[in-house]
Design a protein around this ligand. Structure first.
Ligand code: OGA
Ligand code: MN
Length: 223
């Protein structure tokens, strides 16, 4: 009997194969990978289209953990975020692609990735996000961070780089220019990172694959 395919996890197009394998190799060997202009064009375009439908009022300051006030928050990060709806037609290509990546990584690296959540972030000129981790060991089920960018024609002198730091000694690993369709993927608990202030509006998409944190038959909410 042929295996049933559920909604998102459709057959993997052959063009995914080499990109997914490069991502798997990067995670396996170093725990991170940065790939300039790597997200398939139609996926990036649909994200840009989705973003275009959001009004500025959709974006709000992100919360950064329990017990931190507004002032502290603004000291740490200045960007504004808007969560994506997975059932929005303009999000379909993105969520289908991340679902295929999830299946690939689970088969290839046995990561046990279960759910995926994702938001847009807007950094106005001068906005930043100080050095941070996306997940704390034992305190979160975020396993893998995925970031991509929707900025056409980003020039090197416009700042806004994502800086990645080594897990143990904290040395700088490298800077990623937030150019259109560039992909950055890293282990959420391992790599401190920061967003440097930019000279122009900067749009990113951040997403997290999580393992299943469900207990007592209560479904783990995706955010
Ligand atoms: C985040 C983040 C990086 C970026 O939202 O947690 O680190 O380059 N984003 O926008
Ligand atoms: Mn982060």
């Amino acid at each position: 009997m042929p295996a049933k395919q559920s909604g998102f996890s459709a057959v993997r197009p052959p063009e995914d194969e080499s990109l997914f394998e490069r991502i798997a190799e990067g995670i396996e060997s170093r725990g991170y990978i940065a790939l300039p202009a790597a997200l398939p064009g139609p996926v990036t375009e649909s994200l840009l289209h989705y973003l275009g439908r959001f009004q500025a009022s959709h974006f709000h300051p992100a919360r950064i953990g329990r017990g931190t006030g507004e002032a502290h928050n603004r000291f740490v990060r200045r960007d504004r975020i808007a969560w994506m709806e997975s059932d929005d037609p303009d999000a379909e290509a993105w969520f289908a692609w991340t679902e295929r990546l999830k299946s690939y990584l689970n088969r290839r690296l046995f990561l046990g990735l279960f759910s995926f959540e994702s938001h847009f972030a807007h950094y106005a000129p001068g906005d930043f996000y100080r050095k941070h981790l996306d997940a704390f060991r034992g305190d979160s089920n975020r396993v893998l961070t995925l970031v991509t960018y929707l900025n056409r024609g980003w020039e090197p002198d416009q700042g806004g780089e994502l800086v990645l730091y080594a897990p143990d000694d904290g040395d700088e690993i490298g800077k990623v220019v937030p150019g259109f369709g560039t992909l950055v993927i890293f282990l959420s608990e391992e790599f401190p990172h920061e967003v440097l202030a930019a000279g122009r509006d900067r749009y990113s998409v951040a997403g997290w694959f999580r393992i299943n944190g469900s207990i007592n038959r209560q479904l783990d909410p995706p955010r």
